[in-house]
Design a protein around this ligand. Structure first.
Ligand SMILES: Nc1ncnc2c1ncn2[C@@H]1O[C@H](COP(=O)(O)OP(=O)(O)OP(=O)(O)O)[C@@H](O)[C@H]1O
Ligand SMILES: [Mg+2]
Length: 530
């Protein structure tokens, strides 16, 4: 090993230190160069972050490392050995594992069954496998219960199972593509503690995130990718701030976000009035109990909560996907409690779903067809029951421009867009029909900082025009920045209400986990305290 010659263009980090070296990687798709001459080195036992705008080429690069895609040019070296993975099994054999943002566990199986699936040769499927899972869980402080049913696990726990699943296969390099996008702050802290443990044991983590403060706090080194190319690698992140980092990503100075003033009127747009939703025998409690809130024209009402405390059910009730077992939903003056989703949408309620792959998009269909989804009967898509594809295509081009969707055109499939650009398309579509009410679940999940600021500006502009917004978000900064009022939901009930002008993320965090709710209720909002 020590006798090998080092070519002059090789990474500057001493070879023995390097876990992964990526050199000159280029990957082309029809109409797009996703990666162009990407070069960087990752030191062993570090957390190495990858940052860049939506569509910069981060996920493509990681899919190449993990064997899901093959590069047109360039080389990958792991522990000094050149690898050319043709599929994930090859990558895992070479010591590289990856956890995706969309989890791939089978709900109806236990943790052990999920972990062992496809790796039965390692430790069988019985007691030895279970013991190995317990050992790995203890070694890295993952706190995974080998006998739990995956269906019963929350988002953070599922993610730890996914991580354990790749560790079980003996990988030395772990790729995490936007792992924190789905986590609440407490879970992010727990994940970072796990990463520190992995580092201590000599593992290497490659980590992608759009939350730059988070990146600065956890990363030992940061590589910036812009339009498919590596811009720089920062070896000492303590020398840089999040704004500077964002400017490296964008390649120019960022605009300062516009200040906002309250636009709340007294016109009621959406009222949830004493709504409950029974949970069925296996749940053993109400999914929602006696929820009341009002959204006025020009008002953003935020919902904060740890995932799984009823926010999704609340959204589904507002959208007519579920009918409340008690209470009423009023749109303006009209009782819409028993309306279906199509009627609710036609009445002017826009919807940004939490899971864009399950609701909201057809990944195999072109962008312009996705433009029509859910709005087939509305202008400019359809008139008199006829779909007007030409108009839809043209309007999709407008959305692509206005919402800065990075795509070679409107005929490519939605599935070929980067995650953040898919999200921008959905937001553009929903805002295009001048909704009177917008129900938005994690609207900027996976969106880069620049695009997030632009989307906030779009939402604030619509709010000034009288839009009422129900905003569910795990991003507390977003909740505080956009909302007028924030309700905290815990075990299906509203347990605290805050004025967004004065609340801090710490206040919200404490209320979300059930600590210190006593002082939280703001006397100026009436319906929350009961
Ligand atoms: N399978 C594919 N077919 C065609 N184009 C693709 C495919 N996968 C990615 N692309 C394109 O490659 C570019 C890079 O996409 P990639 O998903 O790597 O971006 P990203 O940096 O991960 O962005 P985000 O932060 O939004 O997730 C984008 O222009 C995208 O549209
Ligand atoms: Mg991505």
């Amino acid at each position: 090993m020590s006798t090998s010659t080092v070519a002059p263009n090789e990474a500057v980090v001493p070879e023995s230190d390097v876990a992964v070296a990526v050199e000159g990687i280029t990957k082309r798709f029809p109409g797009v160069v996703a990666n162009h001459d990407v070069t960087f080195a990752v030191r062993r036992g570090t957390v190495h972050a990858l940052v860049g705008e939506n569509g910069a080429g981060k996920s493509t690069l990681m899919k190449i490392l993990y064997g899901i895609q093959q590069p047109d040019e360039g080389t990958i070296t792991v522990d000094g050995r050149r690898i050319t993975p043709k599929n994930p099994a090859d990558a895992i054999a070479a010591g590289v594992g990856m956890v995706f943002q969309h989890f791939m566990l089978a709900d109806n199986l236990t943790v052990t069954e999920n972990v062992v699936l496809g790796a039965e040769k390692l430790h069988g499927i019985g007691g030895a496998a279970r013991a190995e899972i317990v050992r790995i869980s203890d070694q890295y402080g993952l706190g995974v219960d080998p006998d739990a049913l995956v269906a019963d696990l929350g988002v953070g726990a599922r993610q730890r199972v996914e991580i354990l699943k790749v560790l079980y296969r003996g990988v030395k390099v772990l790729i995490l593509d936007e792992p924190t996008a789905v986590l609440v702050p407490q879970e992010v802290d727990a994940l970072f503690a796990n990463l520190a443990e992995l580092k201590r044991e000599g593992l290497t983590v490659i980590f992608i995130s759009h939350k730059l403060d988070e990146v600065l706090s956890v990363a030992d080194a940061i590589t910036v990718i812009r339009r498919g190319t590596t811009v720089t690698t920062i070896d000492d992140p303590s020398t840089i701030g999040s704004r500077q980092l964002a400017e490296l990503m964008v390649g120019s100075e960022l605009p300062t976000p516009q200040t906002e003033e309250s636009t709340v009127t007294d016109r009621e747009m959406l009222r949830i009035d004493g709504v409950s939703l029974a949970g069925g025998a296996e749940v053993g409690r109400d999914l929602l109990s006696d929820i009341s809130l009002t959204i006025h024209a020009g008002e953003v009402v935020g919902i904060a909560g740890v995932e799984g405390n009823g926010q999704q059910e609340l959204v589904e009730i507002a959208m007519g996907m579920r009918e409340p077992t008690a209470g009423r939903v009023l749109l303006g003056e009209t009782d819409v409690s028993d309306w279906g989703v199509r009627e609710i949408r036609e009445a002017g309620v826009g919807y940004i779903p939490a899971d864009r792959h399950r609701q909201g998009m057809l990944l195999d269909a072109p962008l312009w067809e996705n433009r029509m989804l859910g709005h087939q009967t509305q202008e400019p898509n359809g008139a008199h029951g006829m779909l007007r594809n030409r108009a839809a295509r043209k309007d999709t081009e407008r959305i692509v421009r206005e919402y800065d969707v990075r795509t070679p055109g409107v005929d490519v499939t939605a599935g070929s867009l980067s995650g953040g650009n898919q999200q921008k398309l959905i937001i553009g579509r929903e805002m295009s029909h001048d909704p009177v009410v917008l129900v938005a679940s994690h609207p900027t999940r996976g969106v880069d900082v620049g695009a997030q600021a632009a989307i906030w500006d779009h939402l604030r502009a619509a709010r000034r025009e009288g839009l009422g917004v129900l905003l569910v978000s795990a991003d507390l900064e977003e909740l505080i920045g956009l909302s007028d009022t924030i309700h905290v939901i815990l075990r299906g009930a509203i347990t605290a209400t805050f004025d967004a002008d004065v609340v801090t993320s710490e206040d919200l965090g404490a209320a979300m986990t059930g600590a210190g709710t006593a002082a939280a209720t703001d006397p100026t909002t009436t319906e929350a305290a009961r």
